[in-house]
Write a protein that binds this ligand. Structure first.
Ligand code: PEP
Length: 247
């Protein structure tokens, strides 16, 4: 039986003060049975990590460098994330892929670095609207997964989480229907099952893309949806907790 993970991607929002208030609100609220994780901006990780040290809410980062250390201005290493108390790190978010040109290969290298450091990567995959309209969703998702499978072992997926995030649903208010999401989640699990069925059946596959308290229950009820990666709705403690409670 897979457990359910609800992870909040705070992106580049808020201030130190609002981040503190948000985490206090999440800590104090009722989250039901869900496992929770929050991914604040990198500069707030140390502070928020300290506030979570006595909590079972996990800390995650929004990206990790593909190199261990050295002259990589602006990057943050996996070791540094560990020092901040991170358990998770998002890799391959569509905003990183589209706005900052991260290739499948770079995402795969970031994934490998996270695994090597003992972090759990949350590997984001998903198609654009154009790709969905061209009916190549599975081809795109397969390509994104294959890049990781080429440089990491299938065994590494036992220590990873996947987030299926259709790009057209991120921050747009357009959510995938439960059937659309379930179909891609089943495809992802099936693809990994070809390499190792045991690992595929254990793997948490989250849905991300305009999930909110009113659509979460239906999405989370799907067989292959094991939680959510939440952007906008993770910035309000009440909404984030309401999503967690809807499991
Ligand atoms: C995201 O950016 O990962 C995301 C799912 O955003 P939103 O929930 O705002 O669509």
């Amino acid at each position: 039986m897979r457990s359910c993970l609800i992870a909040g991607n705070w992106k580049m929002n808020g201030s130190l003060q609002s981040a503190i208030e948000l985490i206090e609100g999440i800590r104090q609220g009722d989250r039901g049975q869900a496992q929770l994780a929050v991914c604040p901006p990198a500069v707030y990780l140390m502070k928020i990590g300290g506030m979570l040290s006595d909590s079972d809410i996990a800390l995650g980062a929004q990206n990790v460098c593909d190199q261990e250390a050295g002259a990589y201005t602006g990057e943050v290493s996996a070791g540094m994330l560990r020092e901040c108390g991170c358990r998770y790190v998002i890799v391959g978010h569509s905003e990183r892929r589209s706005l900052y040109g991260e290739s499948d290969q770079l995402v795969a290298a970031r994934f490998a670095m996270a695994i090597a450091a003992g972090l759990t990567p949350i590997l984001c995959v998903g198609e654009t609207l154009q790709e969905r309209e061209q009916e190549i969703t599975e081809k795109v998702v397969a390509r994104q997964l294959d890049a990781v499978l080429e440089s990491s072992a299938i065994g590494d997926f036992a220590k990873a989480v996947i987030a299926y995030e259709p790009v057209w649903a991120i921050g747009t208010g357009k959510v995938a229907t439960p059937e659309q999401a379930q179909a891609v989640h089943a495809f992802i699990r099936g693809k990994l099952a070809e390499a190792d069925d045991g690992i595929a059946q254990q793997l948490q596959i989250l849905y991300g893309g305009s999930m909110n308290p009113s659509n979460a229950a239906e999405l989370l009820a799907q067989t292959d949806i094991d939680g959510g990666l939440i952007g906008g709705a993770s910035l309000k403690a009440q909404d984030f907790l309401a999503i967690a409670q809807s499991i």
